[in-house]
Ligand binder design. Structure first.
Ligand SMILES: *Cc1c(COP(=O)(O)O)cnc(C)c1O
Length: 457
């Protein structure tokens, strides 16, 4: 039974139901509906087992930035599999793909970064940061500095430490999280506030909540602050322009390490190589994963600034941490080919000056629809919010499930986006053409009209 065995859709659904526990899934409800089986993909389109063609408005899970079917990524993997399919980077060993990638990453990252630590995923990378941050302060003779401040509704992954860093209440409820030493403040979500402050004032207030938390915990006990430049899974929360400069000022004032979780925003999604470039922050760590390989193989890692790396190297002795697949050679080979491809096709620049502005303008115009209360998009990362009324803003009853209903109708119409409550989020591949952007928007409008009929029927 090969992975590509051809079966009927129903046969796959049956096997899936009987044997497969899915991530982030209510299985009882899945078993009633059955899974959508995706069998192949090309460009910006995925195809399901019925042959339906769906425009992938989510780049898989925010990762297939270069698009599907890129032969040079396949070739890079194939060549590396033949040459050296696996070796580790433990015990004074290294191999060319991990070395070459580390050095290439240095070229495209902000100047404070010279070194990376590899992991297999974003979650593992954030776990690595928790350990590095605490080790750093121990080595600096401040072992009481162990608390990390994060934000409600953040997503930093699913391992015990990463889920603790995250601010997802349902995740915390299920297993006694967060672990000690991780505390949370509010997210800079202006549209979700009572909107009594201007966005600028609100951004400053949201940043100053971090300072209040620092004073509550005790400035000498706070190790680091972690944030996604733009919260992704939490609903594409674009902070007001005033927010990040104020966060940077506060971190500097108290000497706190700044961690930028770039798992979604890294490698070009905002029209700059990293979210830190876009917002002008100077983080001490950047987490990466997803887009580093365009999702073709699993790889993650941590950019470690000289401020931290120099101390770990000079004073730290052995850092007792690492993963069997840290810097897996095949994943690194694909990452190198992927970054070279993004550079050669100028995809980051293209988001900044071409397809980004093109899609953003049409996205903003979705705000004219009666059901759309807010629209936001930076680079190719956007969201709109479905509301019952716009003036004053009233939301649908949560039980009505307007967001999920929209998502399900949209996929029937041939476009895949995600629903976070009644917020619809979108992050298409960087290669999206103008006509594909038109298709994405036109189908969204058709679906909004259909949703309006079902909600008012
Ligand atoms: C997806 C994601 C992670 C977790 O990455 P995995 O590879 O799924 O472990 C961490 N941070 C952010 C911002 C993410 O979007």
């Amino acid at each position: 039974m090969a992975a590509n065995e051809k079966r009927s859709r129903e046969a796959w659904q049956e096997l899936d139901k009987d044997h497969h526990l899915h991530p982030f899934t209510d299985h009882k409800s899945l078993h009633k509906k059955r899974s959508r089986i995706i069998t192949r993909a090309e460009g910006v389109y995925i195809y399901d087992a019925d042959g339906s063609k769906i425009l992938d408005g989510m780049s898989g899970l925010w990762c297939v930035n270069a698009g599907y079917g890129r032969q040079e990524l396949v070739d890079a993997a194939t060549e590396q599999l033949k040459e050296l399919p696996y070796y580790n980077n433990f015990f004074q060993c290294a191999h060319p793909p991990s070395i070459e990638l580390a050095s290439l990453l240095q070229e495209i990252s902000p100047p404070q970064f010279k070194r990376v630590f590899f992991a297999g995923s974003g979650s593992e990378s954030n776990d690595t940061i928790v350990r590095m941050v605490r080790t750093y302060w121990d080595l600096m003779g401040q072992p009481e500095r162990h608390t990390i401040i994060s934000r409600h509704n953040a997503y930093h992954g699913s391992t015990v430490a990463a889920a603790s860093l995250g601010g997802m209440k349902p995740m915390h409820r299920q297993s006694g999280l967060p672990i000690p030493g991780i505390v949370h403040v509010d997210q800079p979500y202006w549209f979700g506030s009572d909107r009594s402050l201007s966005p600028e004032e609100f951004g400053l207030a949201a940043a100053r909540a971090i300072e209040d938390k620092i004073n509550e915990v005790g400035a000498g006990k706070v190790a680091a602050f972690i944030g996604e430049p733009i919260q992704g899974a939490g609903g594409v929360i674009v902070p007001p322009d005033s927010y990040w400069p104020e966060v940077q000022r506060i971190c500097d004032k108290y000497g706190i390490l700044l961690i930028s979780d770039e798992v979604i925003t890294g490698f070009g999604r905002l029209g700059e190589w990293f979210g830190a470039d876009y917002f002008g922050t100077r983080p001490d760590f950047m987490t990466f994963a997803k887009g580093v390989t365009s999702g073709y193989l699993p790889l993650g890692g941590v950019f470690v600034s000289d401020r931290v790396a120099d101390v770990l190297i000079e004073k730290g002795g052995e850092f007792f941490h690492g993963y069997t697949y840290s810097g897996h050679p095949v994943a690194c080979a694909v990452a190198i080919a992927n970054i070279r491809l993004i550079q050669r096709e100028n995809l980051v620049e293209r988001i900044k000056i071409d397809i980004g502005p093109y899609l953003q303008e049409k996205w903003r115009a979705l705000g004219e629809h009666a059901l759309v209360g807010d629209t936001r998009m930076v680079g190719l990362m956007g969201a709109f919010e479905i509301v019952r009324s716009k003036d004053p803003i009233e939301r649908f009853d949560e039980k009505q499930g307007a967001g999920v209903a929209f998502r399900d109708l949209l996929i029937e119409d041939g476009v895949c986006m995600r629903a976070v409550g009644d917020t619809i989020i979108c992050a298409p591949p960087f290669i999206l053409s103008h006509s594909e952007a038109d298709e994405l928007i036109d189908k969204t409008i058709v679906t909004l009209d259909r949703l309006q009929k079902t909600l008012t029927a």
